[in-house]
Design a protein around this ligand. Structure first.
Ligand code: 5GP
Length: 237
């Protein structure tokens, strides 16, 4: 499968068309951004680690009955995926307080959230991904009620699967963001799952092993991603 036109260049990935109108190629670049693209740096091996990591997680989610866009790994930094009609809404699941929740409510970082919280954000960099809710989706027509209900169901299901997977690897899944799209009218998980869009803390030390290392200038960004991948058994050779 060959890359054709560049369709979209995001902050960490580039999307290409292929000769099959139903398939796209995702290229995972070494770029890492924070602050809605205000700060960008390159980390060697990042594209490869995130591509392999994403493929591994998407396969696990598929095995658990969650439809995903992933088709095949094409190279170190490329994956073949289904072309989805993306929903411009981010689904965030939180098992512990961190990030924007701590800022918004002033709760202590790390407290357990039982039951977990489900948040929605509009995907819009210029507006800094504002928080929204179900009625906004309906009023502005971003996604139908039925599709949103399915996105919510799949996010909870993914949380169940991933909490166990990371726990077995000695990690706490603090929170994560998923993006969905439609393929032949069905809600399908798109975008990526990697330490760029999830918070993962070491169970013993509570060390941050995710993109917060970049956001908070803690250093050792890619080393932490590789350690997480290694513990899960992701092939990085
Ligand atoms: P928060 O709302 O605390 O900023 O983020 C909650 C979780 O969703 C974190 O794991 C964070 O990495 C992820 N997340 C939320 N929005 C984005 C986004 O626009 N890009 C990425 N890569 N992750 C996001």
């Amino acid at each position: 499968m060959q890359k054709q036109a560049e369709l979209y260049r995001g902050k960490a990935k580039t999307v290409y068309s292929t000769d099959n109108p139903d398939l796209l190629i995702l290229e995972f670049r070494n770029d890492t951004s924070a602050g809605d693209g205000a700060r960008i740096e390159q980390f060697e091996r990042k594209g490869k680690v995130n591509n392999r990591f994403n493929y591994f997680i998407m396969k696990k989610l598929e095995q658990a009955g969650i439809p995903t866009q992933i088709e095949a790994l094409l190279s170190d930094n490329e994956a073949l995926v289904k072309k989805l009609e993306m929903v411009p809404v981010e689904c965030v699941m939180r098992n512990r307080a961190a990030g924007s929740l701590v800022k918004r409510l002033g709760v202590e970082e790390g407290i357990e959230l039982d039951p977990p919280l489900f948040d929605l954000f509009l995907k819009n960099d210029t507006m800094h991904d504002p928080m929204i809710n179900e009625s906004y989706c309906e009023t502005f027509g971003w996604v139908s009620k039925a599709h949103l209900a399915r996105m919510r169901e799949l996010t909870y299901k993914a949380n169940e699967v991933l909490l166990r997977l990371f726990d077995d690897a000695g990690l706490i899944l603090v929170d994560f963001k998923l993006e969905f799209g439609l393929f032949n009218g069905e809600v399908v998980l798109g975008d990526e799952f990697s330490p760029d869009g999830a918070r993962l803390w070491d169970k013993q030390t509570m060390d941050k092993m995710d993109k917060d290392r970049f956001r908070q200038s803690l250093g050792g960004v890619i080393e932490a991603y590789e350690e997480v991948a290694r513990r899960l058994g992701v092939n990085l050779d």
